[in-house]
Design a binder for this molecule. Structure first.
Ligand SMILES: *[C@@H]1O[C@H](CO)[C@@H](O)[C@H](O)[C@H]1NC(C)=O
Ligand SMILES: *[C@@H]1O[C@H](CO)[C@@H](O)[C@H](O)[C@H]1NC(C)=O
Ligand SMILES: *[C@@H]1O[C@H](CO)[C@@H](O)[C@H](O)[C@H]1NC(C)=O
Ligand SMILES: *[C@@H]1O[C@H](CO)[C@@H](O)[C@H](O)[C@H]1NC(C)=O
Length: 894
């Protein structure tokens, strides 16, 4: 029985057709979470999928996700029937052996991975006994790269069915401060935009995406199978002209260097354009288009050259010429007439390009060689290694060579190696309608050199990642990590030397201490960043080198991958049942591999075999570049916190609260006034209980806050068209949050939430729930977790946090989904605050809806975010900010 319960089977890569999905309908994904945490640009993402087999027989249940190419899987586990099955990272050889043994025993095993444009595909499955549940949990890690002035965190969601409890939570923490955060991708458009809330407070930002089941079916790329698309979070951090963002912890440091405000360095750029027969048709047209756009962007002081090549070489001009409007016009005319013909002589093209640049030495400039090709060398020198060594000799480290491989007929590894040997990178250009934009996009990344000959020096540092960079481009970032000798920060001296135009520059000042404030950088994080970067660079180095050196580098990369549990091209993750009968192996596919299969069929468990044509490439739908930028609302909803002693900036109370109606805030005003000298309050008269609420803004300006006194019951959310109402009773003993929240749906469902558990009354039946549980009552789903209770009802998604202060538990509601109805009412349905600050002689006033009102500088704790945070707010009278009497928000009965 046990045995039957866990059968992993190798699945082929048959993603192109929906017909190959296992027979769904018998199983249900009742919960799907993606939780991404970014700290110091290092993103750790956990995908958690919970599935139940509703059938009367065992079923094969599939887990299928996509992760960014740059990421390493670091953990995979399955939980089933009270048992945990953890993946272990092993060498490829060990994994292969374990796999082979399993297959020999007639058992099945496997995982399949493949590569798309920006994502890799991972898929495994497991057989689950009738009415049993399984939880899959996959963790991957990546350093998000700064490109064109921003970081991008791409999250792909395709749970394969609408999921009641679907959510994506993202938390970003950057010591330098976040300068902006935006969302794009298919999942941020249309009706789904309502499901996104975004909060941004100085160094931290949160994005929550909680779509309802209906929304999961209605977006552009969604259907009966639920969502299929990307949520892309872009952000940048504040930066200065100095040394940048440097952090040290536990003997490791990470340095992000990206000075801004430097002048552009004039460049000398030579484009080598393949015009062999294989480029014919759309590829040639797109190349022409891209080249013309690129020429348009050249600066006056730039010099450039164009070489087209097939079996022979054609110079537009023999020498580099200045990018004057006259020359550009003539070059564009030339570009328009580039036609495909003949073979491919890469060797001659690279050598000619290099000699053009070498013949044009120019003080204070930066030279760049860009090669675009779509095929293997077929004319002239065709031995790949000789071409590489010729290129290296001709370039001699003087400028970077960037190789763009167009389509899948190129030997990408050859291009990659040649670029890496010459301080450049290779990029694949996907044959698609936007290939010209991909070409132009790549060019833009290197279009603005700001520094050359960058040398990063760390006195007192050891085991450093790459420290020398030939060029630094605007919008990018240089990242170096290493160890600090003896963990001695005092003797650790970082410094950067570089050349800006003709000027030698030294960067040596950091704007803040390199030891981050306690609790802001998780333990071990900097070490992981170091390990991640080191492994990435060793893998590149392995590609470049040969012979004994290659083996040495490979060994080092392998050891680190094993130590830090990274699934890299050298390792695999093996998931084994304790008794060792069944095995699954996770691999990282290689760039350029259309699919990766360890084994092509699964004996004994023929669900999916024989496998698909390995030539079928699955490329995930692309929303990456097409999605328009959308504006999103900040976390609507309301945050709330009890007023605090001592921490408030209220000076002399609330000046001139000249509102028309004082009834409801009297107590709080007294409270505020009494705060500076609380000892004067007679003991016999305890302070009236007063609760503070935050009303956030959509702009970075501080939120507004107001107090509600007494242990009243509040209307949190009333949704007449859906016959849904949520009310909450404030705590009467402390000023911490709600004691009880009650949800009424239609006339017969009543759900009472308390910190200790949930009571559900539906018609005559009444049940009590504690601990982790999933409850469905009518149209309402309640998911109980450790410290939060998620409620999904029609188009409302509500999270009720269970918070604790001073040993007292209380509830904290947050609306994660704005309903489309405009007749919803209640504290949670309030629109974000919009105000202007008006300064007069004595005080600050806020202009809200044309009315000037008094406001006091104060603070409140925001309990609506994952880790509550005290923030500044403008304390105003409730009636003014609510635009009506607070009485309208009170209910007599829960
Ligand atoms: C998300 O991950 C972070 C870091 O591991 C953790 O602190 C947090 O509790 C997680 N959030 C959820 C909703 O699971
Ligand atoms: C670098 O990029 C920023 C925006 O990302 C821009 O404001 C600045 O002008 C650019 N610098 C140069 C020299 O082009
Ligand atoms: C880095 O550059 C410096 C100065 O240009 C040089 O002395 C050093 O050897 C280089 N280091 C490496 C690892 O290439
Ligand atoms: C670096 O900081 C020191 C002390 O704070 C200051 O005197 C010096 O001018 C700074 N150097 C630069 C280049 O900003």
């Amino acid at each position: 029985m046990r045995r039957a319960a866990l059968q992993l089977s190798l699945l082929g890569l048959l993603l192109t057709s929906a017909a190959t999905l296992p027979n769904k309908g018998d199983w249900d994904i009742y919960s799907f979470h993606i939780n991404a945490t970014v700290n110091s640009r290092y993103a750790t993402t956990v995908i958690n999928s919970r599935v139940v087999n509703r059938a009367e027989e065992s079923k094969e249940i599939e887990f299928h996700v996509q992760i960014p190419k740059n990421a390493f899987i670091s953990k995979f586990r399955m939980l089933m029937d009270g048992e945990v099955y953890d993946g272990v990272v092993k060498t490829k050889e060990q994994a292969q052996q374990q796999y082979t043994d399993a297959v020999t025993r007639g058992e099945s095993a496997g995982i399949v991975s493949s590569v798309g444009r920006t994502m890799e595909d991972f898929k495994t499955s497991v057989t689950v006994a009738p009415h049993k549940k399984v939880t899959f949990e996959l963790t991957y890690e990546e350093l998000v790269k700064r490109m064109l002035g921003k970081y991008e965190l791409q999250i792909h969601a395709r749970p394969m069915q609408p999921v009641k409890d679907f959510k994506i939570d993202v938390h970003i923490h950057e010591k330098a401060g976040i300068s902006f955060i935006d969302l794009k991708g298919g999942l941020s458009t249309g009706a789904l935009a309502n499901a996104i809330t975004k909060t941004h407070v100085d160094k931290q930002a949160w994005v929550h995406f909680y779509p309802t089941v209906d929304q999961q079916k209605t977006c552009d790329s969604c259907g009966e199978q639920g969502m299929n698309g990307d949520l892309i979070i872009t952000y940048d951090v504040n930066r200065d002209t100095e040394l940048g963002d440097l952090k040290a912890l536990d003997g490791y440091f990470v340095h992000h260097f990206s000075p801004s405000g430097l002048p552009q360095i004039p460049k000398n750029v030579v484009f080598l354009i393949d015009r062999s027969g294989s480029m014919s048709g759309r590829k040639m047209t797109q190349t022409r288009t891209a080249l013309i756009h690129i020429l348009n962007d050249l600066a006056d002081e730039d010099f450039f050259g164009i070489i087209t090549f097939d079996g022979s070489i054609f110079h537009w001009k023999r020498e580099l010429v200045q990018a004057t409007s006259e020359n550009l016009l003539s070059a564009k005319e030339f570009a328009k007439n580039i036609r495909d013909r003949g073979a491919t002589n890469i060797n001659a093209a690279v050598l000619d390009g290099a000699s053009m640049l070498n013949a044009h030495p120019r003080e204070g400039s930066a030279s760049i060689l860009i090669l675009l090709t779509d095929g293997d060398p077929t004319a002239g020198e065709t031995n790949l290694e000789r071409i590489q060594s010729n290129a290296k000799e001709a370039i001699a480290g003087k400028f970077p060579l960037y190789c763009l491989g167009f389509g899948f007929d190129v030997n990408f590894e050859f291009l990659e190696k040649m670029s890496l040997q010459n301080n450049g990178v290779a990029r694949r250009i996907y044959e698609d309608s936007d290939a010209d934009l991909q070409l132009k996009g790549f060019y833009e990344e290197v279009a603005t050199p700001l520094l050359t000959d960058v040398t990063m020096i760390y006195e007192g540092g050891a085991n450093l990642t790459q420290t020398n960079f030939s060029q630094y481009y605007n919008g990018s970032e240089i990242v170096v990590a290493g160890q600090i000798t003896d963990n001695n920060i005092e003797t650790f001296v970082p410094q950067v030397l570089a050349i800006s135009k003709n000027r030698k520059m030294t960067f040596c000042n950091t704007s803040s201490s390199i030891a981050p404030p306690p609790g802001t950088v998780p333990e071990g994080l900097l070490q992981r960043i170091w390990a991640y970067l080191t492994v990435k660079q060793l893998l590149d180095k392995e590609l470049m080198s040969s012979g004994a050196e290659k083996e040495e580098v490979k060994k080092e990369a392998l050891e680190l991958s094993l130590k830090y549990s990274f699934v890299t091209p050298l390792t695999s993750m093996v998931v084994t049942k304790p008794q060792g009968e069944n095995t699954a192996v996770l691999h990282k596919p290689k760039e350029g591999e259309k699919s990766f299969q360890l084994q092509s069929y699964s004996p004994g468990f023929g669900v999916m075999g024989p496998m698909g044509d390995p030539g079928i490439a699955y490329s995930p739908p692309r929303f990456r570049s097409s999605g328009p930028l959308h504006r999103h609302h900040d976390a609507s909803g309301i945050a709330y916190s009890p007023p605090r002693f001592g921490s408030s900036g209220v000076r002399g109370g609330l000046p001139g609260l000249a509102g028309p109606d004082y009834r409801h805030h009297d107590a709080s005003v007294k409270y505020a006034l009494s705060r500076p000298r609380p000892t004067f309050r007679p003991l016999a008269q305890p302070a009236p209980i007063s609760h503070r609420f935050l009303l956030k803004t959509e702009s970075p300006s501080p939120p507004v806050c107001f107090d509600v006194s007494g242990t009243v019951s509040l209307k949190l959310l009333h949704h007449p068209t859906r016959e849904l109402s949520v009310n909450g009773k404030l705590d009467s003993v402390t000023n911490a949050g709600f004691r009880k929240i009650v949800i009424h749906a239609k006339s017969d469902v009543h759900i009472e939430v308390k910190p200790v558990g949930v009571d559900v009354r539906q018609g005559q039946s009444e049940t009590r729930h504690t601990g982790e549980d999933v409850i469905t009552a009518g149209s309402v789903t309640v998911i109980m977790r450790d410290s939060e209770i998620d409620v999904a009802a029609e188009d409302v998604r509500l999270v009720i946090y269970i918070r604790e202060e001073k040993g007292k538990k209380f509830l904290w509601p947050v609306l994660r989904q704005k309903t489309s109805a405009d007749n919803t009412e209640g504290i949670l349905a309030l629109k974000p605050a919009v105000y202007d600050e008006v300064q007069d002689q004595h005080s600050t006033k806020l202009r809200i809806n044309g009315q000037e009102i008094s406001a006091a500088n104060s603070t409140a704790v925001d309990y609506s975010i994952a880790s509550p945070l005290e923030m500044r707010c403008w304390l105003v009278s409730a009636d003014v900010i609510l635009q009506r009497s607070l009485n309208d928000f009170l209910v007599s009965q829960l």
